[in-house]
Design a protein around this ligand. Structure first.
Ligand code: SF4
Length: 146
């Protein structure tokens, strides 16, 4: 790939960091020639919509909620918009510094809550469940035994 994308490794796999630099105002600027991984990726919400488990109104509602949560997190710390950065930022916010005053504590708690809300939303509605290790080589669906 390359393409000036910022790559990162996690648990032996290589990822490019999102948002990628081809995204402008929530839209892909290279949509017609976007990467294969972008073409084939379907988030949990899209899968649920395509399976008829979520209607279009609810799907849009969930996207709106997620975007608002992203904006809140970015307003606190632009670096926290990136999931990889956010892990470390979240861990740092969970630690109370020595001698922290009430006001600083309230601000830290607010930032931490914003991140937890975003991560919870993404985990519940958008991230695909990771396959169990024994299932990794199995097809996505398997024939019924009945
Ligand atoms: S679809 Fe792919 S290339 Fe386009 S903005 Fe999103 S991550 Fe970047």
């Amino acid at each position: 790939m390359g393409e000036g994308l910022e790559l990162t490794e996690d648990k032996g796999a290589t990822y490019f960091k999102l948002p990628c630099h081809h995204e402008q105002c929530g839209q892909c600027t290279i949509y017609e020639t976007r990467f294969d991984i972008c073409r084939s990726f379907r988030c949990r919400l899209l899968r649920a919509y395509q399976a008829g488990e979520v209607d279009l109104v609810e799907a849009r509602n969930r996207v709106e909620i997620a975007l608002k949560l992203v904006q809140a997190v970015k307003a606190n710390d632009p670096d926290a918009a990136n999931a990889f950065n956010r892990r470390a930022i979240r861990a740092g916010l969970a630690e109370a510094p020595d001698g922290e005053g009430d006001e600083a504590k309230a601000i830290r708690a607010r930032k931490l809550l914003d991140i937890v809300a975003l991560d919870t939303c993404l985990e519940r509605w958008f991230r695909n469940p990771k396959p169990a290790p024994a299932d990794e080589d199995q097809p996505e669906t398997s024939p019924s035994n009945s």
